[in-house]
Design a protein around this ligand. Sequence first.
Ligand code: HEM
Ligand code: HEM
Length: 214
Amino acid sequence: MATYEKHYCWSVLLRLFHWMFALSIVFLVVTGFYINNPWTNTMIEGSASWPMAIMRYIHFVAAYAFSAAVAIRLFLYFFGNAQERVWDILPITRRNINNLKKTLLLYSYISDEHDERLGHNILAGLSYLFTFIVAVVMVISGFYMLYPEAPFWEGWGVMLFGSQQFARYLHHILMWWFMIFAVIHIYLCIWNDTKEPEGLISSIFTGAKFKHKA
Ligand code: HEM
Ligand code: HEM
């Protein structure tokens, strides 16, 4: 019978980031859809209360939680523990390149070999890094729309997106990344948890994973 030992893996700050990020996205997507396509008439929408004003208010409160989460992750990419730093998920070492290959083979059902490691597998890590970059674009385009004449946001907004219309267009299109990502992400977490007794899903609550005893 295989024996496992418990290893501390994710800091409290990383878990805080995860749930701030995931929950704020739910609110941002729901209210974002409403801002894009409000269902009431202009008489009601023109009022200072329900529903558009409230939807926008929720969007902006969630946006601040989302932005704080992004700032936490940026900090952890450089000052987090060994599993949380950016170089742990980049295919820049032989071990990481091998892990990327093995994960691709495993996910495409070509091989059964699971490459045990404490941190993220490299494929997952790269998808998280990409999501982080998209999140930064959401923050900049969002604040550019919110404060179009504040010199800081206007400077970045004009430089990156040009017009407000284009920032809004991109803000909308990129929303779909978070929805697609969430579906695949949750599916793969459950898939991995079913196949390997690492305690992957509980690790994002408890911070600990299980590895074969050496
Ligand atoms: C994953 C994160 C986010 C998602 C999915 C999201 C989604 C959306 C969507 C779909 C819209 C409607 C755009 C349209 O008309 O098609 C919107 C509008 C907007 N969002 Fe976000 N957003 C996110 C983050 C943010 C952040 C961080 C901010 C920063 C303040 C922000 C500020 C705004 C503003 C100012 C608008 C325009 C509101 C208006 O025109 O009344 N969003 N968002
Ligand atoms: C029921 C919902 C969810 C569960 C159970 C869950 C579970 C997990 C687990 C187990 C990990 C670590 C996986 C690994 O080692 O590769 C993780 C990481 C992550 N999850 Fe989720 N997740 C959920 C929802 C979401 C949502 C909705 C988002 C955003 C759209 C999200 C974004 C992320 C990100 C960005 C990471 C990487 C953390 C890092 O940067 O190190 N998760 N999640």
